[in-house]
Ligand binder design. Structure first.
Ligand SMILES: O=C(O)CCC(=O)C(=O)O
Ligand SMILES: [Fe+2]
Length: 319
């Protein structure tokens, strides 16, 4: 297992731990990989995984679709989504300049998918659905790793993530003037936390993802390894998992700014594509603190809650 330097406060460009997931997949070092992943989710809330089992081909396929112009519903044009959370010390006022397309499972009646009219961009719907289900397989593997660190049966979290009530988001950050971004007239995505269980994030090589330093609220630090690690994915914990874990796992605020050290000859920040896959517990389930996350000395902080109640409230606040 290879680790990059941890998120030391003094470093200008600290990096997240990079965990080789292969020893979990082939069974040769399950506990060690799971422990390392949890430790990073507890201390930073974020981790990089390599050799996670998803093929480069599958990831490249979905990225290929993001480059097509998406003049359709299910699509949020630049500035529509407002990240309404105020993160301490993050004084950005600018609107997010990004466009996105979101989809979930086809049978979801609560939030039905809105696809392009038949005949427009043939194959796009199938590509989104294929990737949605591919990511669900990966999510289940990560959830198995999470369970064993709490000394729970591997399928413990799977029974709460069966449908799945997840969301695949294709994100495009258009090229914007560097000056406008740096002076906060606009932003790419303002500081926020995700609200589900886990987010699996695929990104291109442009960079700009920043994570709030857990030791220094309001200070965001770049977490892009330089150079980018091919095939790596980012996994971060959401607010629901933080609550479910009795606050032993951290849901950390993050944002996207200009790539670190960017020298722009034309005054523009290059466009960026990313694909977050938001994993949520089944809306119908009610969860109570994870066994092992509470004790007599560390009592439960929250009453049981249904995922629907929690997630829908958060979604409503964002639009
Ligand atoms: O584009 C990224 O890298 C991050 C996106 C993100 O944080 C989100 O959509 O919640
Ligand atoms: Fe996010």
């Amino acid at each position: 297992m290879a680790f990059a330097a941890g998120m030391a406060q003094q470093q200008d460009h600290p990096s997240l731990p990079i965990i080789d997931f292969s020893a979990f997949l082939d069974g040769s070092g399950k506990q060690a990989v799971a422990n390392a992943m949890l430790s990073s989710l507890q201390s930073i809330g974020f981790v990089y995984l390599t050799n996670h089992g998803l093929s480069d081909n599958d990831v490249q396929n979905i990225f290929n679709w993001t480059c097509d112009d998406p003049p359709f519903t299910g699509y949020s044009p630049p500035g529509l989504e407002k990240i309404s959370q105020v993160v301490e010390g993050d004084l950005e006022k600018g609107k997010d300049v990004k466009e996105s397309f979101e989809s979930g499972r086809e049978e979801d009646e609560l939030m039905p998918n809105i696809w392009l009219p038949d005949g427009v961009l043939p194959g796009f719907k199938e590509a989104c659905l294929d990737f949605f289900w591919i990511c669900f397989q990966l999510e289940k593997t990560i959830l198995k790793a999470l369970a064993i660190v709490f000394n729970l049966p591997e399928d413990y979290f799977l029974s709460f993530h069966t449908k799945p009530d997840n969301q695949l988001r294709l994100l495009h950050y258009p090229s914007v003037p560097l000056h406008a971004l740096e002076t906060h007239q606009i932003s790419r995505i303002n500081g926020h936390t995700d609200f589900g269980s886990l987010t699996i994030l695929f990104q291109d090589d442009v960079g700009g993802l920043e994570v709030e330093d857990p030791h220094s609220p309001g200070r965001f630090v770049s977490v892009q390894p330089a150079p980018p690690v091919p095939g790596s994915i980012v996994v971060n914990a959401g607010d629901f998992l933080m609550r479910w874990s009795n606050d032993t796992i951290r849901s950390t605020a993050h944002r996207v700014r200009s790539p670190p050290g960017l020298v722009s000859v034309d005054g523009l920040v290059p466009e960026r594509y990313s694909i977050p896959y938001f994993c949520c517990a089944d809306f119908s389930t009610i969860v109570d603190a994870i066994p092992g996350s509470w004790s007599v000395e560390k009592p439960k902080k929250y009453p049981p809650i249904s995922a629907a109640e929690y997630v829908l409230e958060r979604l409503a606040a964002n639009y």
